[in-house]
Design a binder for this molecule. Structure first.
Ligand code: HEC
Length: 494
């Protein structure tokens, strides 16, 4: 006993934890938190606890996981079926990620509805938005590491979105993929993001977030008709704290209970439902597959799948940016005034509409088929006047084009699907290599055909596509250009 005390004293003499940490633990919080309303304040801690669980399980998983396209899948199978408790680690990591996203959304909604982001806690909210982005980034990159069919498509869609960034698009795509194709280089990039960069940024932001939570104090439960006024807030809050209760143990014990429940539920789900996937081996023959992202990205997925092609660029790139900016703007637009949800119908409505929209989109994303209806154009042969002047190789390509039902999504001379661009003049705006890549790898809502065609078929098909251009126009020299402006350019060419 005595030695323990000696060791403790020795440490204490050097660390002085009692001086630095104890006051933090005992800092006063509004007395109202001792009432049942205090239970509303536990969601942040629950998110934090699940993050810890993610770090612990993640470190264990990283010891086994192989971020290469050859071994990733096998290493997950190894974890699932051979490594002792490997399946449980994977399952906890997955369910805890799920829980973390859920708790984060609840935490944000609570902070928003209770007006806790208002003066003087604007910065806490803004840093919180950063934490949200990091968490979603981790969720996405983690899903990619699973490297099954769904993850392959997740990357395809993300890359398609990134490719639409003005000017920088192609470079960003190259950077993300580590080349032209989704492969080992892509995986090791996502691995680096998932285990170093994003967690690093997240922990950095988290330190600031928690510092601010302690520094600015926990917001008092809102009372209707007691608006936040910058001139008087500090004084009122100080008075509240004078009658306050110490954080530990009066408020912290609720956090403890809630966090224990969170961990129990996550572990329970993990044991009952087991790990997620990996699904089928990544196989770009996906025209008949129905890939699904993890549930938190289903709404985004639905947006991408349902939107008309002309809106996709905006929905994939514009909407997220607008959403993030709107979140950041919240405390600056409504930083003072009423905090109680009873006096803020617009705020309540915003939360309701947001969640209902996400639910509906998510439901759509989970149930609607990815590919468009496949009857209408399936059998339609390539128009006669196009076929007329083709060489045998190109003719063979025309047959491939017909057999693979490209016209489900692409029109020729105006007839066919409109999911992808009209291909009547594609040879004039896209060069040989870019077409090979488009067909083999897909992208931007187009399935990849790598496994569905042998290289002779691809060669013939692309020879045919190159031929699709107006008379007198040479094959395109550029990798690819946007459909509309180029058809205009074609007209200008003498
Ligand atoms: C499920 C629908 C779908 C099917 C089936 C499909 N595509 Fe596509 N395709 C698209 C979409 C969507 C785009 C636009 C991609 C983008 O925005 O990056 C596209 C783009 C292209 C492009 C680039 C056109 C341009 O102007 O940028 C070519 C070439 C192409 N597809 C060829 C084919 C061929 C050949 C087949 C059949 C083997 C085929 N596609 C089947 C949806 C489809």
């Amino acid at each position: 006993m005595n030695t323990i005390k000696q060791v403790w004293d020795w440490l204490e003499h050097r660390l002085e934890l009692r001086d630095s940490l104890w006051p933090v633990m005992r800092h006063p919080v509004p007395a109202a938190l001792a009432k049942p309303v205090g239970w509303w304040y536990v969601f942040g801690s629950m998110t934090l606890t699940l993050l810890m669980l993610q770090i612990v399980t993640g470190v264990c998983l990283a010891m086994v996981y192989q971020p290469t396209s050859a071994d990733a899948y096998a290493s997950l199978e190894y974890l699932n079926y051979e490594a002792p408790f490997g399946w449980l680690l994977r399952a906890i990591h997955y369910w805890s990620a799920t829980g973390m996203v859920v708790m984060l959304f609840i935490h944000m909604s609570q902070v928003f509805l209770m007006g806790a982001y208002k003066y003087p806690r604007e910065l806490t909210w803004v840093v919180g938005v950063g934490l949200l982005l990091m968490t979603l980034g981790l969720a996405f990159t983690g899903q990619v590491l699973r490297y099954d069919g769904d993850s392959y498509w997740g990357v395809s869609v993300a890359v398609a979105a990134a490719g639409r960034v003005p000017f920088l698009g192609p470079s960003i795509v190259h950077f993300i993929l580590g080349g032209e194709y989704i492969g080992s280089a892509t995986l090791s990039r996502f691995f680096t993001l998932h285990v170093f960069i994003l967690p690093g940024l997240l922990l950095g932001l988290l330190v600031v977030h928690l510092y601010l939570v302690v520094k600015r104090g926990i917001s008092e439960p809102p009372v209707p008709d007691e608006p936040v006024d910058k001139a008087t807030y500090h004084e009122k809050y100080e008075q509240l704290l004078e009658k306050g209760i110490p954080f530990f143990p009066h408020a912290l014990y609720r956090d403890g209970v809630a966090c224990a429940i969170a961990v129990l539920v996550v572990v329970g789900m993990a044991v009952i439902f087991g790990p997620k996937g990996p699904g089928e081996i990544p196989d770009p023959t996906l025209i008949h597959a129905e890939p699904r992202p993890d549930w938190y990205f289903l709404p985004v997925f639905a947006l991408a799948a349902l939107s008309p092609p002309s809106m996709e660029a905006f929905l994939m790139l514009g909407l997220p940016v607008i959403g993030i900016l709107a979140l950041i703007a919240v405390p600056f637009v409504a930083g003072t005034g009423e905090r109680s949800a009873r006096r803020r119908p617009v705020a309540v409505l915003t939360v309701l509409v947001t969640f209902v929209t996400l639910l509906i989109l998510g439901w759509y994303g989970a149930t609607s088929p990815w590919s468009p209806d496949m009857e209408a154009w399936s059998g339609a042969p390539v128009p006669d006047d196009i076929v007329a002047e083709l060489s045998p190789l190109e003719l063979q390509g025309a047959v491939v084009f017909q057999n693979k039902c490209c016209r489900n999504c692409h029109a020729l001379e105006g007839s066919g699907g409109h999911r992808g661009p009209d291909l009547t003049y594609v040879g004039a705006r896209m060069n040989h290599e870019a077409m090979v890549r488009q067909v083999v790898q897909g992208g931007g809502n187009m399935p990849a055909y790598a496994q569905q065609m042998n290289s002779a078929e691809v060669e013939a098909l692309v020879a045919f596509l190159v031929k699709l251009r107006p008379e007198g126009i040479p094959p395109a020299a550029v990798p690819s250009a946007v459909a509309e402006p180029l058809s205009a350019a074609v007209k200008e060419t003498p």
